[in-house]
Design a protein around this ligand. Structure first.
Ligand code: XMP
Length: 317
């Protein structure tokens, strides 16, 4: 019978055998899978696991600092890399969703390859691949997929030639969470909603600028903070805000305003393949909408997305 305790025990001991004194490099995202995978490898080989957490400038408000601190508290050998300008540079002027994804994938590879080269004599690439990623090869997303789909652009980066270690590739998501719990990883990390690799870039329709990212981060923080405050966070599978490429007329005091529109999106789902819009209480939506319009400069209208998937997708891009 499968138990998370025996999985941890067996996995750690087989990783120890397999890896010996070898060094492993791994990119962490703050998500459940990469974190649990890293903790297993860490338990097996300690400081020989070199973790890299890249700030792509497309994360949620304060996320980079907060997640980096949790990783340090967990004892991981982690390096935070501020690569915001590199990502913004490659994204500049791009509006097509797939072009944005490609630019982000390429930026990530540039940065990760550069960092991996700084580690002397590294032998393995650690990945948080889980079983559904292995079988659903058509719809794989996330850092590993980003790496795979871009490795043919300008030749294979050196880290792609490393041997791969994927301790979670037989597990489903709920099993990964159970393993994480057994290992004492905090609920704050284990209970997190999924967040797309390209981050806020696919929630800003049109081109990306640092200013738009800052606006969306504020809106998103009010929305997701509100979900936690109202104890609705755990009832929703994923939530976020979209910055739309339109302005609309509003009124503030005696003044006519002409400012941005944001759309809030919250869904219920089992695996993200299909989803329903979350039937959030009107009182909650009213409070969040007021907070956003009162507190975020440049936004004068909030709408709530009531489309299900299919035919709509969860993200707008
Ligand atoms: P959609 O929008 O296709 O999203 O209904 C389904 C799930 O996948 C996430 N998503 C992505 N994740 N890279 C990722 O790592 C991507 O390019 C990407 N696009 C969508 C989305 O957030 C949702 O959880």
């Amino acid at each position: 019978d499968w138990t998370s305790e025996s999985f941890v025990e067996e996995t750690v001991s087989s990783l120890r055998q397999k890896l010996g004194n070898d060094k492993v490099v791994m990119a962490l995202s703050g998500g459940v899978d990469s974190t649990v995978a890293a903790m297993l490898v860490h338990q097996a080989i300690g400081k020989n696991l070199y973790c890299i957490f890249v700030d792509n400038g497309l994360l949620r408000k304060n996320e980079f600092e907060e997640v980096l601190h949790s990783y340090e508290d967990m004892g991981l050998n982690i390096k935070g890399v501020d690569a915001k300008d590199h990502f913004y540079g490659l994204l500049a002027g791009l509006t097509d969703p797939e072009a944005k994804r490609k630019a982000i994938g390429k930026s990530f590879i540039d940065i990760f390859d550069q960092e991996a080269h700084l580690i002397e004599d590294v032998k393995w690439l650690g990945q948080g691949t889980i079983y559904p990623d292995v079988i659903e090869s058509v719809s794989i997303k996330g850092p590993s997929a980003t790496i795979k789909s871009h490795h043919n652009v300008g030749g294979l980066p050196d880290f792609m030639k490393l041997k791969v270690v994927e301790p979670l590739n037989t597990l489903f998501k709920d099993e990964v969470r159970a393993v994480g719990r057994t290992m004492g990883i905090s609920e704050k990390i284990l209970g997190r909603h999924p967040f797309p690799g390209p981050g806020l870039a696919i929630r800003i329709l049109g081109d990306i600028t640092a200013e738009k990212v800052a606006i969306l981060q504020e809106v998103d923080a009010i929305f997701t903070g509100g979900l936690r405050k109202w104890d609705l966070y755990k009832d929703v599978w994923q939530a976020g805000a979209m910055l739309l490429p339109v302005q609309s007329v509003g009124v503030m005091g005696d003044e006519r305003t002409y400012e941005r529109v944001v759309a809030l999106r919250a869904v219920t789902s089992v695996d993200g393949m299909t989803a329903d819009w979350a039937h959030l209480p009107y009182e909650f939506l009213a409070e969040v909408s007021n907070d956003i319009i009162n507190r975020v400069k440049g936004v004068n209208r909030v709408v709530y997305d009531i489309s299900s998937k299919p035919p709509a997708t969860i993200e707008w891009e």
